[in-house]
Design a protein. Sequence first.
Length: 327
Amino acid sequence: MEIFDIEELRPFVTILAERFRMVVAQNVSPAIELSPTLPEVTATPNIRRDWTTATCNNASPDVTLSTSDSVTFQVHRDYLLATVTKDFTREPSPQRLEESNVEVNGTPALVLPYSSAVVNILLHIVYKKDGRLRVETPSLVVISTTLRALKEYGIPFNKSTSESTLLFSAMASHCQTSLMAALEVYALAASHAPDLHHVAVFASSFLHSLDLSRVTDETARVMGSIYYLRLTQLLLGRTQAFKRLLLPAPRMHKPSPQCNTRVLREAWTLMTSFLMWRAAPDIGDATIDELKDVVIDSIRCKQCNESFKRRFDALKRSWASVKRVIR
């Protein structure tokens, strides 16, 4: 017997088929690529930023840092030497800070090859100012450059990117803006693994709707084979896990003159067929509930109806417990 031979379910099959045709039409997504490298925004020249109040005793700054976009920062030598293991002037020893002959307003001046946006983040780390920046979230280009500067100057990488830091907050903010941004964060974190493995784990939870066939070769190269494999395993693993959750049928009551549970069995077969076809890493409760609502009224037996509802509730609970991030 075909499903369309069941008189009670025929109108619902037609409705479901039409809805899924609409789903397919809406789910065509554009190719996902990493954004090209963009020039950093140039700040207003000759801005001075004083870090005097960042110290516990409001000590006067004794070093001036000048950035590539002509912004100066008034800072403290002791704070730099306490954090930086490699000198800002790229000499092997931090004692080079003591030897600068260039002065600005009576303090030694060091010229850095980075923009003010990057140096501002570095100084937040040096002065242990965690949380969020007072300005807008820095771009991923700025974040990537900052990560490179951390390693270049020997600033402790793990402490600077832990979950309580502003760098982690900035990357987390980008993950929440779009799928493409989350992919960029994931690739960036993967390129700094294992130091930024925790960032890659966080970003992976935003990539459930990613179509792997649309990840460019360049993006895959940036994240590397290991993290591309982990992302693939996450997405394919979630899809397979969802399909396995559909296998157990609802509990059937004993056949009676009023109901032989045929409608329940056929309704469940119909629903699981559609859900198997629709299975994806990002399938949500709304999709499951929508399909349930289409068919539930056709099950007139009270016991079968309740069993059908309980089975769908169990499906959603089990699906919520399936792993959402990479290992």
